[in-house]
Structures are given as C-alpha cells and as structure tokens.
Design a protein around this ligand. Sequence first.
Ligand SMILES: [Zn+2]
Length: 274
Amino acid sequence: MSSRNHFLQVHELLESDRFVLSHKSDIVVQGDKFVWRYHELALEELVEAEFILLEQDAEFDLIAVEISEDSSSSLLSESKNLWSLLFMDGEDPFSVAGKARQLLDWYKTHRFCGECGSKTIHHGSERALVCEPCNKHYFPRINPCAIMLVHRGPQMLLAQSSRIKTGFYSCLAGFVEIGETPEETVKREVMEEVGIEVHNIRYFKSQSWPFPSQLMLAYFAEYKSGDITPDPSEIEDAAWFDIDNLPKMPGANVSVAGELIHHFIESVKQENFE
Ligand SMILES: [Zn+2]
C-alpha cells in the first residue's frame, strides 16, 4: 500500500486511477457502468473538483469525485441516485457508490470547524479534516442503527412506515441513542413504535447502509407481552403475519431487513423457530 494522500488534486491523479463520480448527490452512470477510467474524465472540467481516495488496490486506486453543481461536463448525461444502484447487478455498485457518497457528504459538511467556524484543512496522512486553531480532528462518522424482526411463535411482526411511503411492510428500526447498547435500542424502539415488550434478543448480522451514513445492526427479538399499538407518527400499520400470508416486503438480497425476514421464513419452514 502506497502512502498516497487521502485528498488529491487533479495534477496528482495517475493514469491507472479509476473514479466514481458524484453530482448533486447522484452517482454518474452510463448504463451499468459507474466506475470511470482516467482517460474518460474531462480533466479540464475537473480542475476545481475535490478528489478523495476511496480504496487502494494492487491494480488501481479508486477515487471519489464531486462534480460541481453547475458543471456542464459532458460526463453528466446520465446519473442515478443510490437507491437505484441497489438494484444493479452484483453487490459492488451499491457498496462502492455508497462509500463514495458518504465520504463526499462528510467532506462537504466538514469544511468548517463546528466549534470556532474556521476553515478546516486536509490531514497530512489520515482521512480526516483538521481545525488548526482548535487542534480538532474530524473523521468520517457512521451512525449505528438497530433493526429487528419481532416474532411470536411462527408469526412475525411487520410494519409499514408512516414517513417513507413505499407500500412495503418491513422490520422495525431505529437509531442507537447515546449511552445505549443496541439491545437496549431494540427494546425501546419496539415499545415506542408498536407498544410491545420483547426479550430474548439475538444478534443476526450487520450491514453498511448509506442512507445517509448508517451501520445497521440486525437482531431477532421474541415477543413477551402487549398488544400492537402503532405510534402514528412513525408507523402507518403493523400486524402479525404468518409466512403463508405475507404482505409486500423487501427482497432477500438487498437489505438486511429482507435477510432477517427471509431467514425467519426459512426457519419456520424447518420448524426450528423458538
Ligand atoms: Zn475550530
């Protein structure tokens, strides 16, 4: 691994570099293609652009580029939001573009110190922005969230969000609050959102989720007591579902919510649910 800086200027780019381009929060694509080669960039249009090193590989380095909002670059004929990349083939487009989007967002929102308002500068060797007067370092942040599938015997509790109207029923989820363990978040969120007490909370797996910068920690939680009482500010509808009578749900291979649900369905089919 070379000691290349995390922040680059146009004259520091290499012909072997590859690029993920972002414009107005979208990712620049051409059909299924979203990674661009050096010779495909119109470099004269990117003199003012910010380049952030994303990944280093034996063959090439991957670099995220923010193209200015008013750019008339010829590359901008097509761009897609991150959501639509979720459904592109393979796991890579989404995770690479998600990482690019999160780093560029972090960079954009930390150009000034939150404490004294001075302009931040690039750290010499780390991916961090620095306020010199305060001697403060700003690193990219992620926000942990707990997502949980509540089950009662062979039934699972699925809910429709009242904020994001997709028509899908899915798992409950919420941000881990300061001072909380994710297991405590599971208990609190389920109580707040649907008025149910859960226990026997088991960790399942995790997923990076760039909407905007979340780390999803997925759990199964067993019903203990209470009746479903949705909080209307969060939940449009919530109900117990049998696996042979399911609503419109997220796919198994896109989000960890879908994986939780489909893992539970499989375990009910094999009758080894608890
Ligand atoms: Zn400062």
